[in-house]
Design a protein around this ligand. Structure first.
Ligand SMILES: [Fe+2]
Ligand SMILES: [Fe+2]
Length: 472
């Protein structure tokens, strides 16, 4: 049974009551979390009633309960998928051995690092999105923002449970530090770069939830394969929550695209901007920016850390079961390198290429998303097509960070890149323009001019449902 105990202070399905030390430690962390939420969570709106979903069970389907909740009263808790009987480690050097129920001593440090790195992204994204409530294009969108925010908060709980429950004192210290770093802070930044980028407008938010939350999906997917069983079970449940975040991003961009085409058609010169919309060329630039930033999150193309994670059985491939060989010892992967200004493939031992393998799965998924956007463009009679730039374009980490490439992946000089930067990436003027459109719309069912209405509401409610009731 995966039922959740909501009677205790910290909702959970891990029988927290039976471990009073852990329960005490988490109850001590809880007020610090709430203080962080008040300080760094959504600004304003904390007293408002938001139509949110809450997990009631980790069983497949029907796990969510919808109701009006004030965000600070959201029941953040610890939910793990059920344990699989006699689960075995199924890749790497320990394949076939029983999955670990406790932290394997030899891998303690790298395991803690993996968990902390994932954990750090969760509060970071809440901080990045802190001010978006002031400019939501509709109550529907406002509600979705807050749903994403409270669930990122819950993901932090999921990771903190692992740190408190399995790592003792240094785990507790790491959990405290997760509430001390701040997205974009010069002195105490978040660990990964994409999580220090500003998220000042809703086009950015939709790109972030499409591309950066999707990185999360693949990281969680790889950790859901982990031989450390509590981590695997935690990540499996997080993945079910993550799906909504991706939906918010993908359908958000789709609605901006639809509206853009509509407004361009209304304009005598076919100019969406002249009608107060976001032109498709600008959307493309935001896509280029966030796709490339999110690619960095997978780490270096060639990485001995990645090899260690796989060998140790801590981090698998996306859907590891679909592979035949789970040792990855004899195979190689061709990875493009830059040599004397030319791009040449080199065969890299597969274990060292695991970041690239995961990135490849991610890119395929993103291609599917872009295909859907392009189907919308086609249906709406536009000739424009959104494209994903090459994985070499605009990278700041890994093999391509020190060279310049055009969006097709062809090497170019730094001067040539700078000369065309404004065609490929959002310029200050583009950002300013997008920013100038951001004005809140609070009437149920009404949308800001630059975005189309969603096709349907949340939980079968009408699109003009009052998803957020403001209480000042
Ligand atoms: Fe998350
Ligand atoms: Fe997410």
């Amino acid at each position: 049974m995966a039922g959740i105990d909501y009677t205790s202070r910290i909702p959970n399905n891990v029988n927290l009551a039976s471990d009073s030390r852990l329960q005490r430690a988490l109850e001590k962390w809880q007020p610090a979390f709430l203080e962080w939420w008040q300080q760094m969570g959504p600004e304003g709106w904390q007293a408002s009633d938001v139509y949110l979903r809450t997990a009631i069970s980790t069983d497949k389907g029907g796990w969510a309960h919808f109701d009006y909740v004030k965000m600070p009263d959201y029941r953040w808790g610890i939910f793990l998928n059920d344990a699989e009987q006699d689960r075995k480690i199924h890749f790497g050097d320990h394949a076939g051995q029983p999955a670990w129920q406790e932290v394997p001593g030899e891998y303690r440090n790298i395991l803690r690092r993996v968990i902390v790195t994932q954990a750090d992204t969760e509060p970071a994204s809440v901080e990045q999105q802190r001010y978006l409530g002031a400019t939501a294009p509709s109550l529907y969108d406002l509600r979705n923002l807050f749903q994403v925010n409270v669930e990122e908060g819950r993901h932090l709980w999921a990771m903190v449970y692992l740190l408190h429950g399995y790592f003792g004192r240094d785990g507790r210290e790491e959990a405290d530090e997760l509430l001390q770093r701040r997205a974009g802070d010069e002195d105490k930044p978040r660990i990964l770069d994409a999580f220090n980028q500003a998220c000042p407008d809703w086009l950015t938010f939709f790109c972030f939830t499409t591309f950066t939350d999707r990185d999360g999906k693949y990281q969680l997917g790889a950790l859901a394969e982990s031989g450390f069983d509590p981590l695997a079970r935690t990540c499996r449940f997080m993945l079910t929550e993550e799906a909504h975040h991706l939906f918010v991003g993908q359908t958000g961009i789709e609605r901006v695209i639809r509206r853009s085409v509509e407004l361009a058609r209304q304009d005598p010169n076919g100019d969406a901007r002249a009608q107060g919309g976001i032109d498709l060329a600008t959307i493309q630039k935001y896509v280029n920016y966030w796709f490339s930033y999110s690619l960095d999150l997978f780490g270096s193309e060639v990485s001995s850390n990645a090899a260690d994670f796989f060998a140790s059985g801590l981090k698998g491939r996306w859907k590891e079961d679909k592979y035949e060989d789970h040792s990855a010892l004899d195979a190689t992967l061709a990875i493009a390198h830059v040599e004397d200004g030319r791009v040449v493939d080199k065969a890299i031992p597969l274990r060292n290429a695991m970041n690239e393998v995961l990135r490849g799965e991610y890119v395929k998924d993103c291609e599917g998303v872009v295909e859907k956007w392009n189907r919308t463009l086609e249906e709406d009679g536009s000739d424009f097509r959104i494209t994903l730039p090459s994985t070499r374009f605009h990278r700041r980490q890994g093999l391509y960070a020190d060279s310049c490439f055009d969006p097709s992946g062809a090497p170019i000089s730094a001067e040539a890149f700078e000369a065309r930067r404004g065609e490929w990436l959002p310029s200050a003027a583009d950002r300013e323009y997008v920013h100038s459109l951001m004005a809140p719309v609070h009437e149920p069912g009404k949308m800001a001019n630059w975005i189309a209405a969603p096709r349907r509401g949340i939980n079968n409610m009408p699109t003009d449902y009052e998803y957020v009731k403001r209480v000042d």
